[in-house]
Ligand binder design. Structure first.
Ligand code: IPE
Ligand code: IPE
Ligand code: MG
Length: 201
């Protein structure tokens, strides 16, 4: 973070976090991977609270990628369940703290219970004015771009836009991230240095 002239630190407007290293954290302690995921969720709650306190406007958490479906079925189910539990236990407090909850990704592919919980949380918090918390869930940057291209093509074919008018600004409006600025800081806690299909645009 850059230090400004008064000697205080400027706060990034948008912090994106690639949640990672849960499995290794658990393995080092001889615990099942799912315990690592639960611990990761707890740490994330603290981080969110801290971000609110210091005035971060947007936090995006990469919690489940389009590639994560390839993990063992039990682990996939546990990750879905964890999101549902997180929302059930946290959403009232997030709402009290004026947090706006949003999801980046295709939630139509999720089990009904999970999708419903997400939709209700989004609906409850949509008019809040505080921190925007984006959950990237069943999110993939490539998937996001292909989906946007298809929607652009539809709109061209339906005459809503002209091909000549397709600009970066216009295209960005077709992405899941359309309502958030680009991230200022991306954190990947595991020590890996790759994007894993996160926020490619
Ligand atoms: C969390 O960490 C990632 C997800 C939330 C899917 P990992 O499960 O990838 O942990 P490592 O990389 O195996 O340590
Ligand atoms: C990135 O972590 C995806 C999420 C955090 C949701 P992974 O652990 O799944 O990514 P790779 O397999 O190491 O690239
Ligand atoms: Mg990992």
């Amino acid at each position: 973070m850059a230090e400004d002239q008064k000697g205080s630190f400027s706060v990034p407007a948008h912090i994106a976090i690639i949640m990672d290293g849960n499995g290794r954290w658990a393995k080092q302690r001889g615990l099942p991977r799912n315990v690592g995921h639960r611990q990761g969720a707890k740490v994330f709650e603290n981080i969110c609270g801290y971000c609110q306190k210091i005035g971060v406007k947007y936090v995006t958490a990469y919690a489940f990628s389009t590639e994560n479906w390839k993990r063992p079925k039990d682990e996939v189910n546990a990750l879905m369940k964890l999101l549902v539990q997180y929302l059930r236990s946290e959403v009232s407090e997030l709402h009290r703290n004026k947090v706006v909850l949003r999801v980046l990704g295709d939630i139509t592919a999720l089990a009904d219970e999970c999708r419903k919980e997400i939709e209700e949380s989004i609906e409850l918090t949509k008019n809040n004015t505080g921190l925007v918390l984006n959950f990237a869930f069943n999110y993939g940057g490539r998937d996001e771009i292909i989906r946007a291209v298809k929607n652009v093509v539809d709109d061209v074919q339906e005459g809503k836009i002209n091909k000549e008018n397709i600009t970066q600004e216009l295209f960005a409006n077709y992405l899941y991230t359309k309502d958030s600025p680009d991230p200022d800081l991306i954190i990947r806690p595991s020590g890996e240095q790759r994007l894993s299909n996160f926020l490619l645009w």
